[in-house]
Write a protein of this length. Sequence first.
Length: 143
Amino acid sequence: MAGRVSDGDNDAITEINVTPFVDVMLVLLVIFMVTANYIVQQAIQIQLPKAATGENVQVKNLAFVLGRDSQLFLDGQPLTIPDVPARITEIRAREPGVTMQALISADTATPHGTVVKLIDTVRKNGITDLAINIEVEEAPAAN
């Protein structure tokens, strides 16, 4: 019964039967459960070779953010460019033997010279692995 209609023409449907909706949801749940299990089983199983000269490299990512007003943040904490060497030294002392990488995110309104100054400061302090964070534009659709 999809709804109850009274004898009068002006009465509205006051009840909705949700059984078909529940049936559809249960069917979708079963389909998702079966396909998720199938996808997991399709993973390629490999056994990696062992090497005596291999090493377990630990990497520390330093997230530098330059805001619109050239305010600098390192891992969410505010600082200035002259403070960067001390913070890098502090992180190295706290985590010896860890390879460091810098990810620099700068607002489009940040002056180019400020970004270059930050890159130069980071490189002078021994971090040569740098990445500039960008937002990827959607490519126009081909006609």
